[in-house]
Write a new protein. Structure first.
Length: 79
C-alpha cells in the first residue's frame, strides 16, 4: 500500500475504529445502568472542566483576544 493510499484511508475511515458490530445498551437496561454508574465521575469531571475553561476564558481572555491586545499595544493604540 502506498503512503497516499494509507493517508486517504485514515482520512476517510479513521484510525481508532472497532470493526466489530455491537448494539448500544438501551436506557433502562442493566447494562445502561452499569455504564452510567461506571462513568458518573468522568461526566462530572468533564462538566467541571467546561465550567473551569469558561471561567478562565472570561478572567484571562482567549488567545484571539490576547493577539488583538498585543497588536494594539505594538501600534500604541487603544481598543
Amino acid at each position: 500500500m502506498k503512503e497516499e493510499d494509507c493517508v486517504r484511508d485514515l482520512a476517510m475511515v479513521g484510525s481508532n475504529i472497532n470493526p466489530n458490530e455491537y448494539e448500544l445498551p438501551k436506557r433502562g437496561t442493566q447494562a445502561y445502568a452499569l455504564i452510567t454508574w461506571q462513568t458518573q465521575f468522568d461526566t462530572k469531571l468533564y462538566e467541571y472542566g467546561k465550567e473551569l475553561f469558561d471561567l478562565q476564558t472570561k478572567t484571562y481572555g482567549s488567545k484571539e483576544r490576547k493577539k488583538i491586545l498585543k497588536k494594539q499595544k505594538k501600534k500604541g493604540g487603544k481598543l
